[in-house]
Design a binder for this molecule. Structure first.
Ligand SMILES: NC(=O)c1ccc[n+]([C@@H]2O[C@H](COP(=O)([O-])OP(=O)(O)OC[C@H]3O[C@@H](n4cnc5c(N)ncnc54)[C@H](OP(=O)(O)O)[C@@H]3O)[C@@H](O)[C@H]2O)c1
Length: 277
């Protein structure tokens, strides 16, 4: 039994679809609301909330492979529960910032979860993806309402990754041999700036999308309301304010692990254009 957590999210939903399409399984998806979740037929939806580890324990029964999104509840307790349930292999979504920006709080938290997993006694595979293409959904409301997309660092290109590529790497790691004890830094196939991302969305919508570059201070004011000061600063650093070669590097890990080229940002836009209409 494979349990996918974050199963309704960008990566988890793609992973369940891919596992199901390839006949892997049996499969289970964790969500806080099984009625709202729409999994493929044959995927068992189980409810559980990481904020309450006891609620996740039934979902872990019989599970041998676990896909884990982290930093939602107590990762130490969740890993403990997984080990006690007999989980043999955990594929963890961490972040590339562990190696590009280890001084930032969120990166330090991701590193702490990686270490917990490595010391858990279970086999592990760690995925360290860069910024997701799906982060463009942050602009969806503005674009739908014909308001300008307001971003700082408009011309810094990052090797944005399609969440389905993270899912493909996770699928291979969960179902094929040779990936235990490995840490994979994952990027898309090219660097894409925010300006280019918005232009790609405009092409898909066949209309102009207004765009305004704003200062770091303005962006911080907007973001801190939702994220708090420290997290807003961290996001601003890793999206343009304090980039470095390690973060900007395009890597071939996705194609090496999956055998298929990494998907371009344009593909993500064509698959998700409806969210911006
Ligand atoms: N976005 C980026 O650029 C980036 C970069 C590096 C790493 N990451 C990490 O990648 C992971 C996956 O991201 P994603 O975009 O696929 O996620 P997402 O689309 O934001 O979805 C979040 C998922 O987490 C689940 N969830 C939220 N709170 C929960 C709780 N209390 N208990 C159990 N499940 C809960 C949600 O399930 P329900 O709502 O159905 O319960 C949902 O499936 C995240 O851990 C994120 O931190 C993201």
């Amino acid at each position: 039994m494979i349990l996918v957590t974050g199963a309704t999210g960008n990566v988890g939903s793609a992973l369940l679809q891919e596992l199901h399409a390839r006949g892997a399984g049996p499969l289970r998806g964790l969500t806080r609301d099984a009625v709202r979740a729409s999994f493929s037929k044959g995927v068992e939806a189980v409810e559980g909330d990481f904020a309450d580890v006891a609620s996740v324990k039934p979902a872990l029964e019989g599970v041998r492979q676990l896909f884990l999104v982290s930093r939602i509840g107590s990762d130490a307790d969740i890993l403990d529960a997984a080990r006690q349930a007999g989980v043999e292999h955990v594929v963890l979504v961490s972040s590339i910032t562990v190696q590009t920006h280890p001084h930032l709080g969120p990166a330090d938290e991701n590193l702490a979860v990686e270490r917990l997993l490595q010391g858990s006694g279970m086999a592990w595979t760690i995925l360290r993806p860069t910024q997701f293409a799906s982060n463009a959904l942050w602009w969806a409301t503005s674009i739908r309402e014909h308001q300008p997309v307001r971003v700082p660092y408009a011309d810094i290109g990052l090797p944005t990754i399609h969440p389905a590529d993270i899912a493909s790497v996770a699928r291979v790691a969960l179902t094929e041999s040779g990936h235990q004890g490995r840490t994979y830094a994952l990027t898309g196939p090219e660097r894409v700036t925010a300006r280019q991302q918005v232009a790609a969305i405009a092409v898909a919508l066949e209309r102009e999308v207004p765009f305004a570059e704003i200062s770091r201070e303005e962006a911080h004011r907007d973001m801190a309301v939702f994220l708090g000061d420290e997290a807003a600063d961290a996001v601003l650093d890793v999206t343009g304010g304090d980039v470095n070669d390690e973060l900007l590097k395009v890597r071939d890990t996705v194609s090496r692990v999956t055998g298929s080229p990494a998907r371009r940002f344009h593909q993500w836009v064509s698959e998700n254009a409806a969210a911006f209409r």
